[in-house]
Design a protein around this ligand. Structure first.
Ligand SMILES: Nc1nc2c(c(=O)[nH]1)N[C@H]1C(S)=C(S)[C@@H](COP(=O)(O)OP(=O)(O)OC[C@H]3O[C@@H](n4cnc5c(=O)[nH]c(N)nc54)[C@H](O)[C@@H]3O)O[C@H]1N2
Ligand SMILES: Nc1nc2c(c(=O)[nH]1)N[C@H]1C(S)=C(S)[C@@H](COP(=O)(O)OP(=O)(O)OC[C@H]3O[C@@H](n4cnc5c(=O)[nH]c(N)nc54)[C@H](O)[C@@H]3O)O[C@H]1N2
Ligand code: SF4
Ligand SMILES: [Mo]
Length: 763
């Protein structure tokens, strides 16, 4: 009954060894290894444990897991060896998933605030209250006084029901979700450069790639299994090189050949300089540029020559000075990019969570378009997704204020018509104007413009930026929170809290980074009185008088089946990914236009079912999501951060994650083994700064920004560059977002969590 030695070694190689101690409940029986999933999407081993096929609930890698259940109780987790995403490998958080299902802080029954206190209520009372209050607000103040705020961790089916209710029936586009805080800049980058969201390649490219260019991603801690695939590729092929652009040395540096340790907020010039060196040294693919690329200054078309002129000032010396790195290192990086045939760039929040997030995404795509290192084995401009279903539910499902399901936008009349037809509502019901983006939404709560909000699978009272400004609005509005755990920072200030079935207690589909949609089995009955989020929403819809169009949602499958109709004929076609098929396979990568289609490894090229061979004649790639089939290289300004450091606030504050914790700790904070790895909130300080400030590890320091101050323990460590501090934002008792700035990228509306100006004092 213990973790097999091999699994244990794999697990500990991926994490601080201490955190894997105590994994005692994982079954290592051999019979399991050979077992195949049958029609029932689980198999039973010789010890009477049923192993259900699922997907990890945490990050966007989308690892296959098997959840072991005996006598109706969760008893263990294994990596799914049949799943090619992870081939059985898991990182440390996943191994404890079964413990989280039965954690002490599970929310087991509905609660309503009465006389200022959250009090146990029946489902009838709670749902009636939500429906009547929402109806009253709608009738008195109009539909835009209501809002929905969802999550990249919700299932696609859950987001679909919410979207249908709010955009299609209540009639407000105030539908948002935490991917706005996370992936919006990547969406902006993909849609402006290529005409459609999401990567061109897949994880299959990793094993064929010879240069990994990693920008603003701590892959080792945030996407551990993907990191392991990259590290393995390098171990097996010592010529494989890894270049990192990050203001910190992180555990990802273990495999780095070159590290450009930039000043937070100042790396756009580096990418321009690399583009210039690529052109100057003849590393470009002129035929590809001629066939498949346009140039733009962001407003108007420009020529290739104009673009070259634009790049003139970006000499390595100029970029080095701006970004705080060595010019020689920029030259080395450009040489590697230019001379290595197969290159993948991977990036995450160090790029997206910036006021220049979309621009920087565009600049990264530029490098791949100049060199044609795209749409072929081992090459891609590959954005790493944070949450397990940000791609599937929110980006594809249209769960943001300007989107509709199936890569559609509210502003497009034809798109509204198509979706209104699917939803069986008059086309006028869907508003043409985008609703309020996340930060504006919480601002409107404070101003009383939005009076009622439904929050699902996210904890904004801890996760949105500049909290001091927005917390009051959350307590003032009528706030409904669907949650699996309580208390959270958000559930504590809610008016109604609804208990949601948790992972393993519900089935559904998650779509991960590489366009792969995967089915998760229901292995357990929901805890206490918890219900599936989708049913809760459909029930509210009925109580608000929209019953007709929600009555047929009697199963998760019914919702999925309706949803995939919206994708027919679209670049993200999921028509062939029926529920029945998804139950049997380890996911499918769209476009997958029919049930006998195997899915797609590279888009916009031969092998993509929508690649228009006639129009594309003679061209290797045709970006059919653009009117002329050409992707765009953008000459974007090298915009810096919103809040540069100053005499008063001389230090750059950046925030992010650690391996053992997940966001606001409602789940991972319940597992002692995970908490032990980093029990207290802390700030990483560079040794030179620490010496100057007279600070030692464990000393308390006060961090002050224009928005607030916070005291935490110092951890003096050679990770952040001098002049930069890093705060992991996980601990609810120490709200990092008191400090962060709520400035957003003007295109993507994603906040700049990664850069704020700060002062540090010994406390
Ligand atoms: N263990 C764990 N894994 C997770 C999560 C979790 O909570 N815990 N969350 C998931 C989610 S939703 C997400 S979005 C991802 C996030 O995954 P990552 O983005 O990899 O993680 P972060 O720690 O937020 O930030 C990544 C890096 O950006 C760097 N950075 C900061 N400023 C800059 C800059 O100006 N330029 C550059 N180039 N880099 C900069 C930081 O130093 C940091 O090392 O992780 C996912 N995986
Ligand atoms: N300072 C700083 N702030 C950040 C970031 C940063 O880098 N720095 N990153 C941002 C990013 S990238 C992200 S993605 C966000 C994440 O921020 P959040 O989404 O607010 O964080 P989570 O802790 O993941 O919240 C998920 C919630 O859903 C609940 N939950 C779990 N399962 C279910 C379920 O099945 N149903 C329901 N209804 N609820 C469930 C969990 O208990 C938890 O409270 O934070 C953003 N905030
Ligand atoms: S890498 Fe991500 S998806 Fe895979 S096991 Fe770890 S948290 Fe889960
Ligand atoms: Mo995220």
């Amino acid at each position: 009954m213990s973790l097999s030695r091999r699994d244990f070694l794999r697990a500990s190689a991926l994490s601080a060894a201490a955190t894997t101690l105590g994994i005692g409940s994982i079954f290592g029986n051999e019979a399991f290894a050979k077992a195949k999933i049958d029609e029932a999407d689980f198999m039973q081993d010789s010890k009477g444990v049923q192993w259900h096929k699922s997907v990890c609930r945490f990050c966007g890698v989308g690892c296959g897991v098997m959840l072991g259940v005996k006598d109706g109780k969760p008893v263990g987790i294994r990596g799914d060896k049949e799943n090619t995403v992870n081939s059985g490998l898991l990182c440390v958080k996943a191994f404890y998933l079964h413990q989280m299902i039965t954690a002490k802080n599970r929310l087991l029954y509905p609660m309503i605030r009465k006389n200022g206190k959250l009090t146990r209520a029946t489902w009838e009372e709670a749902l009636d209250l939500v429906a009547s209050k929402f109806s009253e607000i709608r009738d008195k103040y109009g539909p835009d006084a209501l809002a929905f705020y969802g999550s990249g961790q919700a299932e696609t089916e859950e987001t679909y029901v919410a979207n249908k209710l709010f955009k299609g029936h209540i009639g407000t586009n105030n539908v948002e979700g935490n991917p706005r805080l996370c992936m919006a800049s990547a969406v902006g980058g993909y849609t402006t450069t290529f005409g459609a969201d999401e990567p061109i390649g897949t994880y299959d490219d990793i094993e064929k790639c010879d240069l990994f260019f990693i920008v603003g991603s701590n892959t080792a801690e945030a996407h551990p299994v993907l990191y392991d695939r990259i590290a393995r590729r390098k171990r097996q092929n010592p010529n494989v090189k890894i270049v990192i652009v990050d203001p910190r040395k992180t555990p990802t540096n273990k495999i780095a050949d070159l590290h450009l340790q930039v000043i937070p907020g100042y790396d756009l010039a580096i990418i321009h300089a690399i583009a210039k060196l690529i052109i100057d040294n003849g590393y470009t693919d002129e035929q590809f540029i001629k066939d498949s690329v346009n140039f733009s200054d962001g407003k108007n078309p420009i020529t290739y020559e104009d673009y070259k002129k634009f790049l003139e000032k970006y000499t390595p010396e100029y970029a080095a000075k701006q970004c705080g790195v060595n010019a020689d290192d920029i030259v080395k990086a450009a040489k590697l990019f230019g001379e290595t045939p197969r290159v993948m760039t991977m990036w995450c929040m160090g790029v997206n969570q910036r006021v220049a997030g979309v621009f920087l995404n565009n600049l990264i795509h530029n490098l791949h378009l100049l060199t044609g290192k795209l749409g072929k084995d081992g090459c891609d401009s590959f954005s790493l997704t944070g949450q397990p279903n940000a791609c599937g539910g929110v980006r594809e499902g249209g769960g943001l204020c300007h989107l509709l399901p199936g890569h559609r936008v509210v502003a497009n009349e034809q798109h509204r018509k198509e979706i209104a037809e699917l939803w069986n509502v008059p086309a006028e019901k869907i508003q043409p104007k985008p609703g309020k983006h996340t930060v504006a939404m919480f601002d409107a709560l404070g101003k009383g413009e939005i009076k009622g909000i439904y929050i699902l699978c996210t904890n904004p009272a801890q996760s949105i930026p500049n909290l001091n400004k927005y917390l009051k609005g959350m307590s003032d509005a009528f706030m409904v929170v669907a949650e699996s755990f309580h208390p959270t920072e958000t559930s504590q200030v809610a008016d109604v809290v609804l208990p949601a079935a948790f992972w393993g207690e519900k089935e559904g589909v998650y779509g991960c980074t590489e366009r792969r949609s995967q089915h998760m089995a229901q292995a357990l009955k929901p805890s206490g009185e918890a219900r599936w989020d989708g049913f809760i929403l459909a029930d509210i819809a009925k109580r608000m008088g929209y019953g007709n169009n929600f009555e047929h949602f009697t199963s998760v499958e019914a919702v999925w089946t309706e949803y995939i109709k919206s994708t027919k004929g679209k670049d993200m076609d999921l028509t062939g990914a029926t529920f029945a098929r998804l139950k049997k396979v380890r996911g499918l990568r769209w476009p997958v236009p029919s049930e006998d289609h195997p899915g797609t490894t590279h888009r916009f090229t031969d092998g993509d079912p929508y690649f228009p061979k006639d129009k594309a004649a003679g061209k290797r790639m045709y970006f059919y999501t653009k009117p002329d089939g050409r992707a765009t290289i953008f000459a974007r300004p090298d915009k810096g951060p919103e809040e540069p450091t100053s005499a008063e606030y001389p230090i750059a504050l950046t925030t992010g994650r650690i391996m053992e914790q997940w966001h606001t700790m409602t789940m991972t904070g319940q597992v002692p083994e995970l908490v032990r790895a980093a029990p207290n909130p802390y700030v990483e300080i560079n040794p030179e700064d620490a010496k100057e400030w007279g600070v030692k590890t464990r000393d308390k320091v006060r961090m002050v920004t224009k928005r607030g101050s916070l005291i935490v323990e110092a951890k003096v460590v050679d990770r952040p560059r001098k002049g930069t501090i890093f705060v992991p934002w996980h601990w609810p008792e120490s709200l990092t977002n008191i400090l962060t700035i709520d400035a957003v990228d003007p295109g993507s509306k994603e906040p700049e969590y990664k850069v704020a100006a700060c002062r540090v004092e010994k406390a």
